[in-house]
Design a protein. Structure first.
Lengths: 494, 434
C-alpha cells in the first residue's frame, strides 16, 4: 500500500494540511528546528504582486514609490521576463508565509518546507534578528504606521506627507543604528504610552466633531511631552543615524513629521538585519527544503515524479551563472548559501584530508545539524563566509578575486582558487558581504545651532571611493528639506 | 498550531491607491509619453490599453551611492574563472552591460527608463484632463427632466421592502421596555414556579391560585403588548428630485472627397475619434451626429464614418445644409447646446466657399455654441502656409467668419503629432469659467 501524501499535481486544503503535518514532523523531530507558530496563506498572483510592491509586508502605508514598483513588476511579469516568487515569508510571530495559488502540490510542499520551516527557524534563531527585530510587534506597528500616515494625509494634505516620506526614504539606508542598539523603551513604557494614547482618544472623542462642516478641525492631540523623546539640548555627535538625528534635532519639523521620520526609521531598522543575512537566510531555507523533500522521498511519502519536479525547481534556484554569462547579475544568494551549507554537511560526514586541515573543529564529527544550527544562530553573511567557505567550494565555484583601481584601465587578477589564493579570495568575498563597508559611511558631524543653523555631514571615504556625485546632490536636497537650513557634506579620506 | 488561510477572495487591487499616487506623481512624464504613443497608433487603437515608457525623472528615488569609478580602489570576487592566474589583467568593460560590468557598476548606476501598462481608463483620463466643451449652458428643463431618487429620512408609512429594520427594532424594544412586556424567560420562570408549587407536598392552594393569576396576566399582557406594533415600524423615505441636465449635440462634418488622400482622411478620423471618446467619456448626454460629404452629404453611423471609404467631388456647403436640416428636425436650440466640428483639406468647388461663409454667418453660427474648423494639410503645405493669413480658399473664407464670431475656431493639422495639441487647444478649459 502506498503511503504517498499526494500523487496529483492539483492541491486542495486537505492535502496541503496533511503534507504540512508530514513536513512539520520531519522539521521538528528529525532536524530539530525551532520555529515560530506558522500561518500559511494562499494568495493569487495579483496579490503576490501587491505583496512585492509594499516591500513584502501585508500592511503598509501608501506611497507612490510602492505604486512604481508595482507597475514595474507587473510589466515585467506580463512580458514574461520575470516569474513570480513562489512564496513570500514575513518575519513575524506567527510567521506568515504566502503561497501562490498557481503552484503545483509539489511546489506547495517545497515552499512550506522552505518558508514555514527554513526561513522561520532562521528568523527565530539568528542573533541579528533576535537582537534587532521584534517579531511579535511588527504587524501592530505596521498597522499603526498605516493609520498614522493616512490620518496625517487627511489632516495636512497628501503632498505635505508625500514630501516628508520622499525625503525620509532617501535617507533610509542612513537611518539605522549599526553599532549600538537602538534606544528602545521598555515594554512597560510602551504599554504606558499606549494606554495614555488610548485614554486621550477616549477623552477627546466627541460625536460632535463628526458633524462639523469640512475645513474645521477637531483640536490636535496635545504633544504629550515624553522625557525620552524630547530634544535634550545636547546632541550626541557624531551620529550615524541621520533620520534619528533629524527626528530629534531638526529645527523645522513639526510633531507629525518627526513621527513620520520615526516610522521610516523603524522600518529601515527592521529590514537592516535582512540585508546582512541574504546568503544565510536563503541558504538556510534552501538547505532545509532540500533535506526535508529528500527525506519525504526516501520515506516513500512523495512520488518519484514529484521528486523530479522538486529537483528541477531546486536546481534552477541554486544555479550560479558564471561572470561572463549574460544571465550573470552578481552572486546568487541561494546558490552560495545552499552550497556552503551542503558543504558543511559533507565536511561533517565525509571529510577529505584538506577539510580536516581547514575545519578541525567539526570535520568528520558527523553532527552536521548541530554545526549548522550553531552557524545559523551566531553568524551573519560576512562572518559565515569568512569562517565556513571551504577550498572545495571555491574550486567548484571557480572563484577569483579582482583588484580594481579607478585610475587603471584594467582589473588585476589578485587571487584565484589555488593554495596561495584560498584565504585571500575568501576574505575578499566576505568583505563584499559586509554591509558596513558597502554602504557609504555618512555621519552628522555638527550643527551650527547658534549661528546660521548649517548642518554638517561627513563622509568617511573607504579606500578613497567617493560618493556618486549626481545622487549625492539629490539626496542632500532631501536632507535640506528635513533640516530646513543649509546642509554641507564633507568628504574625508579615512 | 497552524493556520491555513485562503486569501484569494480578499478584495483585489490593494495597491490601487499606490498606483494612483504614482500616476499622479509621474503625470507630466506620462502625459508626454501618452501623446507620443498616440502618434503612432492606428485609429481604432486610440482608446485601448497601452504600454507607456517613461523616464524616471521626477519619480527617481535617490540614495547615497558610492562611485568606485571616480577614484579609489576596491577588491571583488567573481565566479567562473577559466583561464586567469594571479597577475593577469582584464580590460574594464566600457559601461553598464555585460558580465563583470554589471558587478563593477553595482553601486554607481542610476535607474533606467521603465515601461508599464496603463488601462484604457487611465489613458483617457490623461488625454482629456483639463478639457471641456466650451460655452456649455444648462438648457431649460424639459417636460420630462431627469429625476434622481434621494434619501429623505425616515417615515411612518411606506412599502414593506423599505422597512428600516434598525429603527423599527429600536422602537419596538423601547416600547416593550416601557410597557414592561414579560419576556419568554419571565413566562417560563412563572411556569416553573407554578409547577413546583403544584408538586409541593402540602399543596398551598392560595399560592397556586396567585401564581396562576400572575401567569394568566403575564400571558395576556404579552398579547396586548405586541412584540412589534404598527407604531414601531419605520420606513426609509425617498423622494424624487429633478436634476437639471445640459444636453448637447456634436455635429461631426468630414470631407471624404477625392482630394482628401488616405493620409488626410486618417488624420481627420483620428481627430474625430478623439473627439468622440472625449464626449462619450465626459458627458452623459451628448448626441453625436456624423455627417460625411463629397459633392453630396449623408448622415452616417459611427461605424461607417470611421471605417468605410467613399469618394467624389467636393461641395462643402452640402454638409452644412445637411446639418441644418438635422438640427431643425431633431435638436431645437431651446433644449440643446449645439456644437460642430468640421474637417476638410480646404478645397471646395469654386464659389462654394463664399456660399459656406454666408450660411455660417447667417444660419449656422447663431445656433452654435462653438464651431471648430480643422484643416488638414500635408507637411509641405504647412510650410508654405506658415502664416495664419495665407491658405487655401476655404481657409481664407473661414478666417472672415472667425473674425466675426468669437466662438468660431480654425486650426490646421499636418501630422499626427499635431492632433493632440490642436485638440487640446480647441477644448481647453476656459480659465474664467472655473
Amino acid at each position: 500500500m502506498s503511503d504517498y501524501l499526494f500523487t496529483d499535481s492539483e492541491w486542495d486544503f486537505a492535502t496541503v494540511e496533511r503534507t504540512y503535518k508530514a513536513i512539520e514532523d520531519i522539521a521538528l523531530n528529525d532536524l530539530g528546528l525551532d520555529v515560530y507558530p506558522n500561518q500559511i496563506e494562499i494568495i493569487s498572483s495579483e496579490q503576490m504582486l501587491d505583496a512585492y510592491s509594499s516591500i513584502a509586508m501585508p500592511l503598509m502605508y501608501n506611497h507612490w514609490s510602492f505604486g512604481k514598483m508595482f507597475a514595474r513588476e507587473e510589466a515585467l511579469y506580463r512580458l514574461g521576463y520575470s516569474a513570480l516568487a513562489y512564496e513570500v515569508v514575513i518575519n513575524s510571530s506567527p510567521c506568515i508565509s504566502y503561497l501562490l495559488e498557481e503552484n503545483t502540490m509539489t511546489m506547495q510542499a517545497l515552499v512550506m518546507a522552505h518558508a514555514a520551516f527554513g526561513h522561520n527557524h532562521f528568523f527565530k534563531n539568528n542573533y541579528l534578528f533576535r537582537q534587532w527585530t521584534n517579531a511579535e510587534g511588527i504587524m501592530d506597528y505596521l498597522a499603526f504606521a498605516k493609520r498614522y500616515i493616512a490620518a496625517c494625509e487627511e489632516r495636512y494634505g497628501r503632498d505635505e506627507v508625500e514630501a516628508v516620506l520622499d525625503s525620509a526614504h532617501a535617507l533610509m539606508e542612513q537611518g539605522v543604528f549599526r553599532y549600538r542598539r537602538p534606544p528602545r523603551p521598555s515594554k512597560g513604557r510602551i504599554e504606558e504610552k499606549r494606554r495614555r494614547r488610548a485614554e486621550y482618544e477616549q477623552e477627546a472623542y466627541s460625536e460632535l466633531w463628526r458633524t462639523l462642516p469640512a475645513g474645521i478641525e477637531p483640536p490636535a492631540a496635545p504633544l504629550t511631552p515624553d522625557p525620552e523623546d524630547e530634544f535634550s539640548g545636547d546632541m550626541k555627535l557624531p551620529e550615524e543615524n541621520l533620520l534619528y538625528f533629524l527626528e530629534k534635532n531638526s529645527p523645522s519639523l513639526k510633531a507629525w513629521q518627526r513621527e513620520t521620520l520615526r516610522i521610516v526609521r523603524n522600518l529601515a531598522q527592521y529590514f537592516y538585519p535582512q540585508r546582512q543575512l541574504k546568503v544565510m537566510n536563503e541558504g538556510c531555507a534552501t538547505f532545509v527544503h532540500y533535506t526535508i523533500m529528500n527525506l519525504l522521498y526516501e520515506r516513500g511519502r512523495i512520488t518519484e515524479g514529484s521528486w523530479l519536479e522538486f529537483m528541477h525547481s531546486h536546481t534552477s534556484v541554486v544555479f550560479q551563472p558564471e561572470f561572463q554569462d549574460r544571465r550573470y547579475s552578481g552572486f546568487n544568494p541561494y546558490a552560495l548559501g545552499y552550497g556552503m551549507m551542503a558543504d558543511i554537511r559533507r565536511i561533517c560526514e565525509k571529510p577529505t584530508p584538506e577539510d580536516r586541515d581547514w575545519f578541525p573543529e567539526f570535520a568528520g564529527k558527523g553532527d552536521w545539524m548541530g554545526t549548522l544550527k550553531d552557524a545559523w544562530a551566531n553568524y551573519r553573511d560576512e562572518s559565515f563566509i569568512e569562517q565556513f567557505l571551504s577550498p572545495m567550494l571555491m574550486r567548484d565555484f571557480r572563484l577569483f578575486g579582482l583588484h580594481d583601481e579607478a585610475s587603471a584601465s584594467t582589473f588585476k587578477v589578485s587571487a584565484i582558487h589555488n593554495e596561495e589564493g584560498y584565504r585571500d579570495v575568501r576574505s575578499m568575498l566576505a568583505r563584499q558581504y559586509d554591509v558596513g563597508s558597502a554602504d557609504p559611511n555618512i555621519q552628522v558631524s555638527g550643527a551650527d545651532l547658534k549661528g546660521n543653523r548649517t548642518l554638517f555631514l561627513s563622509h568617511d571615504m573607504h579606500r578613497g571611493i567617493p560618493l556618486h556625485n549626481q545622487t549625492k546632490e539629490l539626496v542632500l536636497a532631501h536632507v535640506e528639506r528635513l533640516w530646513g537650513h543649509d546642509v554641507k557634506l564633507e568628504a574625508r579620506a579615512a | 498550531m497552524t493556520h491555513f488561510v485562503d486569501r484569494r477572495l480578499n478584495p483585489k487591487g490593494k495597491s490601487l491607491a499606490n498606483r494612483q499616487r504614482f500616476l499622479r506623481r509621474a503625470r507630466a512624464q506620462i502625459r508626454e509619453a501618452v501623446q507620443k504613443s498616440l502618434k503612432d497608433s492606428a485609429v481604432a487603437d486610440i482608446g485601448k490599453e497601452r504600454k507607456i515608457k517613461i523616464s524616471t525623472k521626477g519619480t527617481s528615488e535617490p540614495r547615497f551611492r558610492l562611485d568606485p569609478r571616480a577614484s579609489g580602489e576596491r577588491d571583488f570576487v567573481l565566479p567562473g574563472n577559466k583561464e586567469f592566474t594571479p597577475g593577469d589583467t582584464i580590460e574594464k568593460p566600457k559601461s553598464g552591460s555585460g558580465g563583470a560590468g554589471k558587478e563593477a557598476s553595482d553601486s554607481g548606476e542610476g535607474e533606467d527608463d521603465f515601461e508599464f501598462t496603463m488601462t484604457q481608463e487611465e489613458v483617457l483620463d490623461i488625454f482629456f484632463e483639463d478639457l471641456e466643451l466650451p460655452n456649455l449652458v444648462r438648457t431649460t428643463l424639459k417636460e420630462t427632466p431627469n429625476k434622481q431618487w434621494k434619501r429623505a429620512g425616515i417615515t411612518t408609512s411606506g412599502s414593506p421592502t423599505q422597512i428600516n429594520l434598525v429603527r423599527t427594532m429600536r422602537n419596538s424594544f423601547g416600547r416593550r421596555l416601557a410597557l414592561k412586556r414579560p419576556t419568554t424567560a419571565d413566562i417560563t420562570a412563572l411556569e416553573a414556579e407554578l409547577d413546583a408549587a403544584e408538586r409541593a407536598d402540602p399543596v398551598d392552594v392560595e399560592k397556586i391560585a396567585a401564581l396562576k393569576e400572575n401567569l394568566a396576566r403575564a400571558i395576556s399582557k404579552r398579547k396586548w403588548v405586541g412584540f412589534i406594533d404598527p407604531i414601531d415600524v419605520r420606513f426609509n423615505a425617498f423622494t424624487e428630485q429633478p436634476t437639471p441636465t445640459s444636453q448637447a449635440v456634436m455635429f461631426c462634418l468630414m470631407d471624404v472627397s477625392g482630394s482628401m488622400g488616405e493620409r488626410e482622411k486618417d488624420l481627420a478620423k483620428r481627430f474625430y475619434m478623439l473627439l468622440h471618446l472625449f464626449l462619450k467619456r465626459r458627458y452623459k448626454k451628448v448626441d453625436v451626429v456624423f455627417i460625411r460629404h463629397t459633392h453630396d452629404a449623408q448622415e452616417v453611423n459611427e461605424q461607417e464614418f470611421f471605417y468605410s471609404r467613399q469618394s467624389g467631388g467636393t461641395i462643402v456647403s452640402t454638409a452644412l445644409d445637411k446639418m441644418l436640416e438635422i438640427q431643425k428636425e431633431r435638436y431645437a436650440t431651446a433644449d440643446w447646446n449645439i456644437y460642430a466640428a468640421q474637417a476638410s483639406d480646404g478645397y471646395t468647388q469654386s464659389g462654394d466657399a463664399r456660399h459656406c461663409v454666408d450660411m455660417l454667418n447667417e444660419l449656422v453660427m447663431p445656433l452654435c455654441q462653438y464651431y471648430a474648423y480643422i484643416e488638414i494639410l500635408d507637411e509641405r503645405e504647412m510650410e508654405v502656409f506658415a502664416s495664419e493669413e495665407s491658405g487655401a480658399e476655404l481657409w481664407r473664407a473661414y478666417r472672415t467668419v472667425a473674425a466675426e464670431w468669437p466662438n468660431f475656431a480654425t486650426k490646421r493639422i499636418a501630422k499626427p503629432a499635431d492632433i493632440f495639441p490642436v485638440f487640446h487647444e480647441l477644448f481647453k478649459k476656459a480659465e474664467v469659467s472655473a
